[in-house]
Each structure stands twice: as structure tokens, then as C-alpha cells.
Design a binder for this molecule. Structure first.
Ligand code: A3P
Length: 338
């Protein structure tokens, strides 16, 4: 067989196998509990106790089946809207600081942080199923701990987890979903979104269970997990950046400290700096697919306590009540007014 007909046959086989996968994925989806995904664009589906949009769920399952973690991989984990974009920028700036010591041409000035670090369930699976050849040993995922691909756990990979006051995460997610929703479609009200969020139905929710899945795992393997609270990092970023560098095995040297490198990274990755860059004001993230969104949607206010401008005392109390029940007995910040 000549090489042209061989590659034609191969292509046909690949297409058939893809169609079969699509069909079996659709069939699989139809067996899962389903609920409203906060936007008319997608419903969400409950898989292993977590709510996913189909686009991401397909990647989660592929990652569970095929992803091969390297022991040197470091994972940035979070529930959406907890500060992932910021943590990605900081982690990337730390591990690449030698290569990009000239901050005036740093990639973060022209590249949206999500594009600097691959997203496991979207960018890695379906391709090499490993991060082995990547420039940096960093990967990001929103998968809860109990559903992570086994090789991440058995490989002893380090995990950095960022979390946030559920009230601010909720308000942030509501704004974000609104930006995903076409202007002429029905936008979910804050009240409807709150109902769903409290039921646990939100993008990679239930929010509280996601945080707890990592918190419980950290108790078993504290040396390979770093927990960062968005609020602590916002109030005093410098010690968090240094702590993160230590944890990732790349502590700042005395010379770097004297040259102010940690502070330069804080400044480079600050909300004020990143949100004002052209790339983050005008660019689009994943323009090619259904979940494509403008970069500026990832930089809204970056405030602690913005929930106070949106939630009534009753709404806040509903969220606090769940936080009390779920986080009570842990050393997580209480986030509730007693
Ligand atoms: P708000 O919507 O409350 O402003 P994620 O990155 O997980 O999607 O989280 C998004 C939230 O982090 C948004 O919160 C966004 O404004 C905030 N954020 C993005 N970049 C940040 C930065 N460099 N510093 C602080 N907060 C940031």
C-alpha cells in the first residue's frame, strides 16, 4: 500500500474511532444526573460527585484514562473563580525567573496566564497524555482531588491549592457566567444562581466539597500539598510568593532577595498590572471553541468581600450556613460572621 492510501485509511479509522467515542460519550452523558448550567449554552452533569460541562467532562474522563503524570509535575488546583489565573501567573513567573530575568519582555506581558500553563482536562489529554516535553513542570486542573488521574496521586506530584470565601467565589462565578452567556439569551438571576450554588450545582461544584476533597488529602500528605487562601495572598502577597517558591523547590537565593526578585514577581502578577495589559483587555481565550471567552472576563475586581455589594444579608447567611456546616471542625478560614 502506498503511503498516501495508507494515511487516507488511517485518517478514516481515526475518524470512525472519534465518532464512536463521541457516540459513546453522548450515551454516557445521558446516564448522568443533569441540571441547568447557569447559562442556556450548556447543561451540567454530575460525575463522581462533581458538576461538569460536557466539554470539560470529556477531558476529565480522558485524563483519568490516559494521563501519565511525571513525579516532577506540579499541579495548580482550584475551583473556578478562586484565584486560579493569579496563581498560574505567579507560579509561572517563579519557575521561569532565570530565563525571563528581563521583566520588560516577560511572556506574562503579552500572554494571558491561562496560556502559560496547560489545563489538564483541555490542553493535555487527546495529545501526548503527559507534560513531559513541556517548558515548565506546571499543569493546572479544576478536577476535585478524589477524581484526579491516579498517576498524579501515585506519582507523589506536588499540588498547590487556592481557595476563597465561597461568597466571593459565588459572586465571581455569577459575573463570569453572565459573560459566557450571549447578550440576547436569558441571563440567570443572582437568586436563581444562588439556589443552584447552594444545591452544589455549579461549574466544578459543590464548591465546599471541592475544597474539602483537597483539605482531607492534605492531612494525609501535607508535604506535597500547599494551601493558599486568596484573601491572605491579596492582603500580603510577598510571603505567599516566597512560600510558594520554597514549596516548588525553587527558593529565592539571598542574591535574589537582595535584588528584590520576589517583590518584582508580586508586582508583575498583581491584579492592577495584569488587568491593565492589552493582552488581558483585548485578547480572547480559546477563541476556537464553545467555551471561548474574552480574557478580561478573568480579571473583574480582584477584591476581598465584593459579595457585600451583591448579596442581601439573607443570601450571605445562606452561604455562611453551608460554610459553617461543611468547614466546621477544619482549620480552613471560617469566612462567616458569627
Ligand atoms: P472577581 O470576580 O471577584 O474579581 P479564577 O482565576 O479562578 O477564574 O478567579 C477569578 C477571580 O480572580 C476574579 O475575581 C478575578 O478578578 C481575580 N483575579 C484575577 N487575576 C488576579 C490577580 N492578578 N490578583 C488578584 N485577583 C485576581
Amino acid at each position: 500500500m502506498d503511503s498516501i492510501s495508507k494515511s487516507f485509511e488511517q485518517k478514516e479509522e481515526e475518524e470512525q474511532s472519534l465518532q464512536k467515542t463521541n457516540q459513546s460519550f453522548e450515551e454516557f452523558l445521558s446516564t448522568l444526573p443533569r441540571d441547568y448550567g447557569w447559562t442556556p449554552l450548556f447543561d451540567c452533569y454530575l460525575y463522581q460527585g462533581c458538576w461538569y460541562y460536557p466539554f470539560f467532562l470529556r477531558g476529565v474522563i480522558a485524563a483519568q484514562q490516559h494521563f501519565e503524570a511525571q513525579p516532577t509535575d506540579i499541579f495548580i488546583c482550584s475551583v473556578p473563580k478562586s484565584g486560579t489565573t493569579w496563581l498560574k501567573a505567579v507560579a509561572f513567573a517563579i519557575v521561569t525567573r532565570e530565563k525571563y530575568s528581563d521583566l520588560s519582555s516577560h511572556p506574562l506581558l503579552s500572554t494571558m496566564p491561562h496560556e502559560c500553563i496547560p489545563f489538564l482536562e483541555v490542553d493535555v489529554v487527546g495529545k501526548e497524555h503527559t507534560n513531559q516535553t513541556a517548558e515548565v513542570p506546571l499543569l493546572a486542573t479544576h478536577i476535585p482531588y478524589h477524581s484526579l488521574p491516579k498517576s498524579i496521586i501515585s506519582g507523589g506530584c506536588k499540588i498547590v491549592y487556592i481557595y476563597r470565601d465561597p461568597k466571593d467565589a459565588f459572586v465571581s462565578l455569577w459575573h463570569f457566567t453572565s459573560k459566557l452567556t450571549p447578550k440576547d439569551a436569558t441571563h440567570i438571576s443572582l437568586e436563581e444562581a444562588l439556589e443552584l450554588f447552594c444545591k452544589g450545582v455549579s461549574y466544578y461544584g459543590p464548591y465546599w466539597d471541592h475544597v474539602l476533597s483537597f483539605w482531607k488529602a492534605r492531612k494525609e500528605a501535607p508535604q506535597r500539598m500547599l494551601f493558599l487562601a486568596y484573601e491572605e495572598m491579596r492582603k500580603d502577597p510577598l510571603p505567599c510568593v516566597k512560600n510558594l517558591a520554597d514549596f516548588m523547590g525553587q527558593p529565592f537565593s539571598v542574591e535574589e532577595e537582595n535584588e528584590g526578585v520576589p517583590q518584582k514577581i508580586v508586582d508583575l502578577c498583581s491584579f492592577e498590572n495584569l488587568s491593565d495589559l492589552d493582552v488581558n483587555k483585548k485578547g480572547k481565550h480559546r477563541p476556537e471553541n464553545a467555551a471561548g471567552i474574552e480574557n478580561r472576563a478573568f480579571f473583574r475586581k480582584g477584591m476581598i468581600g465584593d459579595w457585600q455589594s451583591h448579596l442581601t444579608p439573607d443570601m450571605a447567611e445562606r452561604l455562611d450556613q453551608i460554610t459553617r456546616e461543611k468547614f466546621g471542625g477544619t482549620d480552613l478560614p471560617s469566612y462567616v460572621s458569627d
